[in-house]
Every structure is written in structure tokens, then in C-alpha cells.
Design a protein around this ligand. Structure first.
Ligand SMILES: C[S@@+](CC[C@H](N)C(=O)[O-])C[C@H]1O[C@@H](n2cnc3c(N)ncnc32)[C@H](O)[C@@H]1O
Length: 176
């Protein structure tokens, strides 16, 4: 091995992986099953809905929504998690009613959502809020596990396993 070649190559790999990690605004943490069920209930998800999950992890919310008869769309930046979600959806028998898109949610089009789910950090919610106001139709239900969307009026708040879950409804006029 030639160290004059190996060291720059290792540095390049480290730099590339740190750039890749930097894209993930929130790490993967699962919503427990009881929380997923409560989120669907709070959002009154039915077979008429299109349910988006921003940062869909292993696909559990999208798959649960599809099991309730809805169409589900997961936006997830980690390729491995997108792959896992597709496998999980196939195993759950709902693959034809779900779609997993490998994408940065700040660049996504969520205008089709009738229900939008999120389990993200407060500062990420704050950064996403203007995009949601711009894209979501009035009446869209937004359900956020654990963290509020600052400045938005809560429609309801419940607690499951000690975790708050917030419901917002997009009004006719913008929130801000
Ligand atoms: C806290 S986990 C929530 C997972 C799932 N929604 C749940 O409740 O079980 C946040 C997810 O967002 C993803 N994520 C982080 N930043 C992202 C971004 N900019 N665009 C898309 N997904 C992102 C992470 O990879 C992770 O899977």
C-alpha cells in the first residue's frame, strides 16, 4: 500500500460520509406502535386519505395508514431505510398502496397530502412550517409526534406513553 495514495483516499471517504450524514436533519427513532395508532386516530385517517410521513424511517406510519385503507407516501433521505420500508410494505401486503421516495423533505412536494405526519425536532418543524403553509390545502390534518409546530394553533393534544401528539388543521388563511 502506498501511504501517499491511501491517506488522501481515506480522507476523501471520511469527507464524503460526513457530507452524507449532514443531510439527515433528524436521526432515525421509531414511533412506538401505540403512538402510530394514536396518530392515525387523531388524524382520523380513512380510506379517502393520502397520508404523507416526512422522514418515514422504516415506513411504519405509512404502512399503518395503508392498512387503514389510505394511500401512503413516505419521504425519507436514507436509502437503506427506503429499501427497508419497501420490504416491510411488501411483507404487510400493502405495497400497491404505498410509495417511498428517497428525498430530502425540504425539497418534497406534499401538496397531495390530506394528512401529514411528522416526528421531527422542533427546529426542523420551524424550518418546514413555511413550506407546509404554502403547499398544503386548507383542511389538511397535520399530526406531530412529540414536538409542536411553533406559532401554529393546536386543534388537539393527546398524550400516549408520556409523549405528546399534536393535531393541527390547515386553515383557510395562512397561520402566519
Ligand atoms: C425521528 S425519525 C421518525 C421515523 C418515523 N417517521 C417514525 O415516526 O417512526 C426521523 C426520520 O427522518 C429522516 N430524515 C432526517 N432528515 C431528513 C431529511 N432532510 N429529509 C428526509 N428524511 C429525513 C431520518 O432518516 C429518520 O428516518
Amino acid at each position: 500500500m502506498n501511504p501517499r495514495r491511501t491517506i488522501p483516499a481515506v480522507l476523501a471517504v471520511l469527507l464524503l460520509s460526513s457530507l452524507t450524514l449532514a443531510q439527515q436533519d433528524v436521526p432515525f427513532l421509531e414511533s412506538p406502535d401505540s403512538v402510530v395508532e394514536a396518530m392515525l386516530e387523531l388524524g382520523q385517517v380513512s380510506d379517502e386519505d393520502v397520508v404523507f410521513d416526512l422522514g418515514s424511517g422504516d415506513g411504519r406510519i405509512v404502512i399503518a395508514a395503508a392498512r387503514a385503507g389510505a394511500r401512503g407516501v413516505g419521504i425519507e433521505i436514507e436509502a437503506d431505510l427506503v429499501e427497508l420500508s419497501r420490504t416491510n410494505a411488501t411483507e404487510a401486503g400493502v405495497a400497491e398502496r404505498v410509495e417511498f421516495i428517497e428525498q430530502d423533505f425540504f425539497e418534497s412536494d406534499v401538496s397531495e397530502a390530506t394528512v401529514l405526519m411528522m416526528y421531527l425536532w422542533p427546529q426542523v418543524n420551524r424550518r418546514l412550517a413555511p413550506m407546509l403553509v404554502e403547499q398544503l390545502a386548507p383542511g389538511t390534518r397535520v399530526v406531530s409526534h412529540r414536538y409542536k409546530i411553533q406559532g401554529w394553533r393546536e386543534e388537539r393534544r393527546i398524550k400516549v406513553e408520556g409523549r405528546p401528539i399534536y393535531l393541527y388543521i390547515v386553515p383557510d388563511s395562512p397561520f402566519r
